[in-house]
Design a protein around this ligand. Sequence first.
Ligand code: DAT
Ligand code: MG
Length: 151
Amino acid sequence: MQVEQTFVMVKPDGVKRGLIGPIITRFEQKGFELAAISLRTIDRNLAETHYGELKSKPFFGELVDYLTSGPVCAMIWQGPHAVENARAIIGKTNPVEAGPGTIRGDFGMDISGNIVHGSDSDASAAREIGLFFDRDHVAQPSAQLFGGTAV
Ligand code: DAT
Ligand code: MG
């Protein structure tokens, strides 16, 4: 079985509200395996690089302010169809539209504070993992859960 990885980040409002635990629980209950985790405050340069494709958007400045307003919890989660499965349990971008049972639907109220980030493709996941983690800090997939090698 091919084991894929995705990058997930609890944003500063999620950390402040004590939601790291509930969010980790949801990923574990879904069947994901945690490969790396890091609590850190990121600088504007990293926030701007992470969201580089949104640079021309009118909300970009506020987005960077928000992401640098306190510690974030960066994580790598792995398992089959990691990107798609993570996006499914995170829910739609706007918490107003995110369904009940999703992280954004259950914990968020407004798009300016949507609690959590999840990569939108395998290419984005690889890029974002590279921005936040050194390769030697990433656990290999456990043979017991998935077998195989991470891609
Ligand atoms: P997602 O986080 O679901 O992948 P995205 O990549 O389109 O969504 O946008 C990244 C973040 O930017 C999103 O989590 C919240 C913010 N954002 C997106 N659209 C916005 C908007 N119209 N107004 C304010 N913030 C927005
Ligand atoms: Mg996105």
